[in-house]
Design a protein around this ligand. Structure first.
Ligand code: C2O
Ligand code: CU
Ligand code: CU
Length: 496
């Protein structure tokens, strides 16, 4: 199946602009204009300001300790969302928006049955978790509509962290995600040095509603740049209020579950202490960060101290330019949630954070190298103009192995972005460590070691990572802007 995405709407932009590479501007001239994207719902019509809700946990039906057993059913469900409008039909796991929180322990034997009641084939991918390839919901392991399968895996020691799960069927991931299919997953350990700190889970997702409060389809700009709707929700709520703990300190696990939206998070008046990334805790806390940039699929674990605050704060996604092309609206800062510090008891003594948090040891001597180049290309295939998103010059092909690695071998990967847009690179099956990056001629070593499964590549940037695959089988690597992934910005790594 080969699906080409025709670029539309762009033509309306007319003459070339400074943000557009000359080849793109030239191709635009010939692009066929089609209907403009449908008008969207007025953002003020979606109620906001309710108290932040906790995401319900997926119940464990296993009676044996060390075992986790449950069912996730993906199905359409109608949710009354916008007053005086018909309910919005989402696709959900077990009716939840976001999907239920899967809370596991290191060492758990996990058995989750996926029941597919969608009109499309699907899979569940356990993003970031070290699960065997056959259990990782890869695009060729489809569960047909009406079908089901059970995913089984055992969590190794040392993988405690904040993860998430989402569909991964090629060409359908985008739609299934923007209709609501994604949920958080936390792996805990009995040795968490921060366990005493009250915790919040904040899952940020994107929502685009048309004037009837129905989920809008992707338009041409979404297909090219990645979809960004008029709403960025937190735990599926519109600008909720987080009642900050009276004790003055909270640990926030933040998941960027948006299709394409980059989150440059700020909390004016306060700073963040970064304690963890995708694959778990850092060696040591990083204090005093005034912003956190999360690409789609990235997670962070941060400590927030109220200090002397008793006011209303706001978590704001500040402007971040990721090189979008075409006739797109200028970037704007957006409030994600309010933080109500009014209950904070003043002068409560806060213990210093432990100096040692997790373990992020050097992976050891590198004995193999890989190179991955992300690029884009304007294509005239089939007589229509379309944008191609390429990995090492090619579109994804399920039948092709793009790279081969040996299990257990430490590798250095050079990740190159030759395109005009930022792209978040994601690798399945393992967590990697960023070594350094090179941007506009300047080489910057990673300021600290961290476990990551997704890293941003700015336009023109090269990033070097160190990684090792432990299990034989086929792993995916791709851009985590879901529209780009679905368009073929994905490759396969065969681990032998
Ligand atoms: Cu979050 Cu290959 O995916
Ligand atoms: Cu993944
Ligand atoms: Cu991309």
């Amino acid at each position: 199946m080969q699906r080409r995405h025709v670029i539309t709407g762009l033509a309306a932009a007319g003459a070339s602009c400074s943000w557009m590479p000359s080849w793109a501007a030239e191709a635009m001239q010939h692009a066929v204009p089609t209907a403009a994207p449908s008008p969207l719902l007025d953002a003020n019509l979606l109620p906001r300001g309710a108290s932040l809700q906790e995401i319900p946990r997926l119940a464990n039906i296993s009676l044996r300790t060390g075992y986790f057993k449950a069912t996730l059913t993906a199905a359409p469900v109608d949710v009354p969302l916008v007053p005086a409008h018909a309910p919005t039909t989402f696709w959900t796991y077990n009716g939840g928006l976001p999907g239920p929180l899967i809370e596991l322990m290191e060492g758990d034997h996990v058995e989750i049955t996926f029941v597919n009641q969608l009109p499309q084939p699907s899979t569940i991918h356990w993003h970031g978790l070290p699960v065997p390839p056959a259990q990782d919901g890869n695009p060729w392991d489809l569960v047909p509509p009406g079908g089901q399968r059970t995913y089984r895996f055992t969590l190794p020691a040392g993988c405690a962290g904040t993860y998430w799960y989402h569909p991964h069927p090629h060409h359908y991931t985008t739609e299934q995600a923007f209709r609501g299919l994604a949920g958080p997953l936390i792996v805990r350990t009995r040795h968490d040095p921060l366990a005493a700190i009250p915790e919040r889970l904040l899952v940020v997702s994107d929502l685009k509603l048309d004037q009837n409060a129905a989920i809008a389809p992707n338009d041409a700009n979404d297909v090219m740049n990645g979809r960004e709707g008029q709403f960025a929700l937190v735990n599926a709520q519109h600008q909720p209020v987080l009642p900050f703990h009276a004790g003055g300190r909270e640990r926030w696990r933040i998941v960027n579950a948006c299709s394409a939206r980059y989150l440059r998070l700020t909390l004016p008046g306060s700073s963040f202490t970064l304690v963890g990334t995708e694959g778990g805790l850092l060696d040591a806390a990083q204090h005093g960060l005034t912003e956190l940039l999360l690409t789609p699929a990235q997670r962070v674990d941060v400590i927030v101290d109220a200090g002397a605050r008793q006011d209303q704060g706001e978590v704001v996604a500040a402007v971040y330019g990721r090189g979008k092309m075409g006739d797109v609206a200028p970037e704007q800062a957006r409030k994600l949630l309010s933080v109500d510090f009014s209950a904070v008891v003043q002068n409560t003594p806060l213990a210093p954070l432990p100096t040692r948090l997790g373990k992020v040891p050097d992976l050891g001597r590198v004995t193999a190298h890989k190179r991955v180049v992300f690029s884009e290309n304007m294509s005239m295939a089939g007589g229509t103009h379309s944008m191609q998103f390429l990995v090492n010059g090619r579109e994804y092909d399920m039948r092709r192995m793009d790279l081969v690695s040996r299990a257990g071998e430490v590798e250095r990967w050079e990740l190159v972005n030759e395109s005009d847009m930022d792209h978040p690179f994601h690798l399945h099956g393992t967590q990697f460590q960023v070594l350094q990056s090179k941007f506009e001629g300047v080489v910057t070593p990673a300021p600290f070691r961290a476990w990551r499964d997704t890293v941003n590549l700015r336009s023109g940037e090269t990033v070097w990572i160190k990684t090792v695959q432990r299990t034989r089988g086929v792993r995916m690597f791709h851009c985590h802007i879901l529209e780009h992934e679905d368009a073929g910005m994905m490759g396969q790594l065969k681990v032998v």
